[in-house]
Design a protein around this ligand. Structure first.
Ligand SMILES: Nc1ncnc2c1ncn2[C@@H]1O[C@H](COP(=O)(O)OP(=O)(O)OP(=O)(O)O)[C@@H](O)[C@H]1O
Length: 247
């Protein structure tokens, strides 16, 4: 049996207060999973721990069976992390940036160039491929950062609010790239506040409040849980209200 793309067990993290509370979460291989939750629920903190950018206080994270705390380099090789605050080098063009990232992954120069060209075309960056990133809008930076995260052909792509700040055309390009990846068998996990995106794209949706998973399932399963025909917005608000009352 294939190991899950992500298996989180009893994950716990506090800053000045508990933010992630003994969280258990499993995402299957090949799934498109959306993580929803109100502001401050802990979504980014959870994903930063999965991406190896933040150390948990307790708990276990496995990516395709690799323990991220015991074997962080092996885990990072198969994961892409796309932050909601894109970081690219101002003084490089998108092509130079992608070749630089490919070099960090020790991908050979010819393969790197082919990969970079493919990503540039997919994300509609071709007209700007030879301009310095420093002059780019936030949306264009976000697309370059996404391309950079995909250079090493990750098996699991984790994105924090990938569509925020993108115009309709760019959002469509990013969505198409992600759906294409899922069709190719790649697993995608993303947070979003755009419920319509979760509704249309995700196979399963997890709802986080106060660092805990309070509900999870397909849209149909979440509807059944609420017990009436509702929009995802109504379901989400009902679940969050229930979660807050329980806390
Ligand atoms: N490095 C940090 N130091 C202290 N507190 C932090 C740190 N990172 C996050 N927090 C706190 O942890 C809580 C959860 O933050 P997090 O960013 O994970 O939430 P989120 O669900 O992603 O929210 P949003 O939807 O607003 O992005 C917040 O109260 C935040 O202020």
């Amino acid at each position: 049996m294939t190991a899950p793309a992500l298996a989180i067990t009893s994950l716990t993290k506090s800053f000045d207060r508990p933010v992630v509370n003994a969280l258990d979460l499993t995402v299957r291989a090949g799934e498109f999973y959306a993580l929803l939750g109100p502001n401050g629920a802990g979504k980014t903190t959870i994903l930063r721990m999965v991406a190896g950018l933040l150390r948990p206080d307790a708990g276990k994270i496995e990516i395709f069976g690799i323990n991220t705390l015991q074997d962080p380099i092996a885990a990072k090789r198969i994961v892409a992390w796309v932050s909601d605050e894109p970081m690219v080098y101002d003084r490089l063009t998108p092509l130079e940036y992608l070749e630089f990232v490919a070099g960090l992954w020790q991908i050979d120069a010819t393969a790197a160039r082919t990969k970079a060209d493919e990503l540039i075309d997919w994300l509609g960056l071709r007209p700007h491929a030879n301009e310095l990133c420093g002059g780019f809008s936030k949306g264009m930076m976000q697309k370059v950062a996404l391309a950079g995260a995909l250079v090493h052909d990750p098996k699991l792509i984790i994105l924090d609010e990938p569509l925020t700040g993108l115009d309709a055309g760019s959002a469509r390009q990013v969505k198409d790239v992600l759906l294409g990846k899922v069709r190719d068998g790649i697993t995608v996990i993303m947070t979003t506040h755009i419920l319509e995106v979760a509704e249309r794209m995700a196979e399963r949706i997890g709802v986080i409040t106060n660092g805990k998973l309070i509900a999870e399932g397909t849209l149909a399963e979440l509807r059944t849980r609420i017990g009436r025909e509702s929009s995802l917005e109504d379901i989400f608000l009902d679940l969050v209200a229930q979660g807050s009352a329980a806390a």
